[in-house]
Design a protein around this ligand. Structure first.
Ligand code: MTE
Ligand code: MO
Length: 422
């Protein structure tokens, strides 16, 4: 078969989807009819053992295939002086679509996961309200709920790139982002019931974990789209994600979505919690710091091919990845195979929801030479994902929160994919 000349859409092998489809039909048609003829006449078709007997019956709570058990969250080191503290990262390079399975949602805990009996747990609303209220878990289940698909990202995600760390995978460098359908009660419903006084400008949210983690949410956000989430992808929020309830602040840095939520106090000023003073503030090169940096940036990441993978043959690969923005939906994602000299627009696979992961894909022909794969997201507000150099020029390297810069994956002549800096 003569090699088809693909329509190039950018340098170093990025090709047009339409032309690839045309080839796919002809090529696989040949392959299938060839194999089928062979099977009929020569291959002694064996009935596999699992087809010869019934398997186990239905189960109370499903689990994954034992052949898929290598799919795991990646936990960092444990520190004896920080019991329960730490994070685990989603295996982004092995996931498809945009919804993170609950068992693989990333975790970030400041004092471990509390074991909360919902019948003993209350949510208090107090402070600058007409009528302080206490809700039991069963009370909250009686309210009308809303469901929204949103990403959640730790503001420390991808900080390794700013630090210039060597090596790493999509998971180890960027795995502190996940996406789920969150179902819960709009916070405005509960605040309206308590009656917010005009002087209330902030909502102090506190968790029931050993860290008593607290964050201050501006009243405008609290009344806009924040929810008290009770369900995650249809089932009760997992203990790791805040069972029995968490605050969920769409698009904003993960730590403001307080887990194991137990108190909402209306205040005139931010509460200056430990978690919003000693941490989670961005210091600029002139050593002034932003008091708060709430929305997550416009960002994308190629998840395949990605760091620590090896391409085992030349030819066509589907470059795929995820894009998201804390300020809106994803308008477009561009991909480069030559380190950002030339770009082509990727196709969006599935939905382009507001502040949710969006999956992109573009075919790429690896010719066996060197390549540098990059992706660049533009959101619905026109925010374009910056290069690492541009981000460092803007915010320096005194703090490592909010680092949505472009990831470069280098491919060498052996097909090895590594994290590189260009
Ligand atoms: N009560 C409480 N809420 C918390 C935390 C915590 O340690 N305690 N961690 C925060 C941080 S830093 C992040 S990034 C998100 C992580 O949410 P997840 O573990 O569900 O992914 O929860 C936030 N809410
Ligand atoms: Mo975080």
């Amino acid at each position: 078969m003569t090699k088809k000349a693909f329509e190039k859409v950018a340098a170093n092998g990025l090709i047009s989807r339409r032309h690839l489809l045309g080839l796919g039909v002809a090529g696989s048609g040949l392959a299938i009819s060839g194999a089928a003829l062979g099977a009929d006449s020569q291959i002694n078709f064996q009935i596999p053992s699992w087809s010869r007997q019934p398997g186990p019956g239905p189960s109370a709570y499903g689990s994954r295939s034992p052949y898929a058990e290598d799919l795991e969250r990646l936990s960092g080191f444990t520190n004896p002086t920080y019991p329960g503290g730490g994070a685990s990262r989603s295996p982004l390079q092995h996931l498809q679509g945009t919804i993170t399975p609950n068992s693989l949602h990333f975790e970030r805990h400041h004092a471990g996961v509390p074991n909360i009996d919902p019948s003993q747990h209350n949510l208090v609303i107090n402070g600058l309200v007409r009528q302080p209220l206490v809700f039991r878990y069963e009370d909250l289940l009686k309210y009308q709920m809303v469901s929204r698909i949103h990403f959640l990202e730790c503001s420390g995600n991808s900080g390794a790139l700013l630090r210039g760390e060597v090596g790493g995978s999509a998971q180890s460098l960027h795995g502190l982002v996940s996406c789920a359908e969150w179902t819960g009660i709009p916070l405005s419903t509960l605040l309206d019931e308590a009656g917010v006084l005009p002087e209330a400008k902030w909502v102090a949210a506190v968790g029931a974990d050993g860290a008593s983690m607290g964050r201050s949410v501006p009243i405008a956000k609290a009344l806009d789209d924040v929810m008290v989430a009770l369900y995650q992808n249809g089932e009760a929020v997992r203990p790791e994600q805040g069972y029995p309830m968490r605050l969920f602040c769409p698009g904003w840095e993960g730590n403001i979505s307080v887990k194991w939520l137990t108190q909402l106090k209306l205040t005139a000023e931010p509460s200056q919690f430990r978690d919003e003073t000693s941490k989670y503030t961005d210091t600029l090169p002139n050593r002034l710091s932003y008091q708060f940096t709430f929305p997550m940036g416009s960002k994308s990441l190629i998840t395949s091919p990605s760091g620590e993978m090896t391409l085992d043959q030349t030819g066509i690969y589907q470059v795929t990845g995820i894009a998201w923005s804390g300020r809106g939906s994803i308008r477009k994602v561009e991909v480069s195979a030559d380190g950002g000299q030339t770009w082509a627009e990727a196709a969006i696979q599935g939905h382009q929801l507001d502040r949710a992961l969006t999956r992109f894909t573009i075919p790429w022909e690896w010719n066996g030479g060197r390549a540098i794969l990059q992706s660049r997201a533009t959101d619905s507000e026109g925010n374009i994902q910056p290069t690492r150099d541009a981000l460092i020029a803007e915010k320096g390297t005194l703090s490592f929160y909010h680092t949505p810069c472009i990831q470069s994956w280098g491919v060498d002549e052996q097909g090895q994919v590594t994290n590189v800096y260009v």
